[in-house]
Design a protein around this ligand. Structure first.
Ligand code: NAD
Length: 277
């Protein structure tokens, strides 16, 4: 495939661009994931809470693409944190996906007030040791959560999947990730398709390269070294979002996008988010 990979800290390769399926109903997920795989995506990002692991798994099975050419990520939901519950929840996810292993298993949110993420992560280490996840990691972890995890467990997370786009560039976390060899994975990489794609700077760079604003933003992620997992259920956009390897942003473009950072979250603050816990 045309998508380059990043090598995780355990030697496993992860495609730098994948397909996210949040808010895609299970009944539509099979078709959306099938379209994505046909278009050339090899990495799919789902989660237990998305309720579409079954549809995702059906598309994977029907795709005809060898399992070892696909990279499937799912995530442990908040209600299932704790060592034993995590092991059971993982079995259920595998069952729904119809797979015998995933490529990446993530703790969806840290839930700092609940204070169970260390034990939960130890269950992920067991899953990893058993070969049922080729890599393990976290999502929405703030620096303090990552530092504690690294101090109290054995396997450095391969990935931290966080909200990241030009209006929320996450410099502090990216620097900490670099120090520990953790790959930064961007969720809502297009800023949820809202204001970001209409900012004059983004529109002007798109015109200059004869590309779309979404392609400019995804290209920014690629050149920044992030993994990005844009979501769309529109076939033409699914294709458009993957077609970002035939042009390059120049230093002026990168500088102009660099100053769009407002530290503005579209999603929840991980220090406070305890939904479902
Ligand atoms: P996104 O930034 O990928 O934006 C998706 C929206 O942008 C689409 O619904 C559509 O309205 C628009 N869009 C997509 N392609 C476009 C294009 N080419 N041109 C114009 N508009 C376009 O936002 P997202 O869905 O929130 O995030 C992507 C993925 O990240 C999710 O599907 C999910 O897999 C993951 N995610 C993870 C977490 C987490 O807590 N770990 C949270 C949110 C999302």
């Amino acid at each position: 495939s045309q998508v380059p990979s990043l090598t995780l800290n355990n030697g496993v390769d992860m495609p730098q661009l994948g397909f996210g399926v949040w808010q895609v109903p299970d009944s539509d997920a099979e078709k959306a994931v099938a379209t994505a795989i046909e278009s050339g995506y090899r990495s799919i990002d789902t989660a237990a809470i998305y309720g579409n692991e079954a549809g995702t798994g059906k598309a994977v099975a029907a795709s005809g693409v060898p399992r070892d050419e696909l990279f499937i990520t799912t995530k442990l939901w908040n209600s299932e944190q704790g060592y034993d519950k995590t092991l059971r929840a993982f079995d259920e996810s595998l069952d729904k996906l119809g797979l015998d292993h995933v490529d990446l298993y993530l703790i969806h949110w840290p839930l700092p007030a609940k204070d169970t993420y260390v034990d939960t992560y130890k269950a992920l280490e067991k899953i990893y040791a058993d070969g049922r996840a080729r890599a393990i990691g976290v999502s929405n972890f703030l620096p303090a959560h990552l530092e504690r995890l690294i101090a109290e467990t054995s396997v450095v997370p391969a990935v931290n999947q966080i909200e990241l786009h030009p209006q929320l560039q996450q410099a502090e976390l990216r620097a900490l990730h670099a120090q520990h060899g953790i790959v930064t994975e961007a969720w809502s990489p297009l800023g949820q398709g809202k204001g970001l794609l209409e900012i004059p700077t983004v529109v002007a760079i798109a015109r200059k390269h004869d590309r779309t604003p979404a392609q400019v933003v995804l290209r920014w992620h690629i050149q920044t070294g992030n993994v990005a997992i844009p979501k769309s259920v529109t076939p033409s956009r699914i294709v458009e979002n993957l077609d970002v390897f035939g042009f390059e942003l120049d230093p002026d473009d990168l500088a102009a996008l660099g100053v769009l950072d407002e530290g503005k979250r579209l999603g929840a603050d991980p220090a406070e988010f305890h939904y479902g816990a």
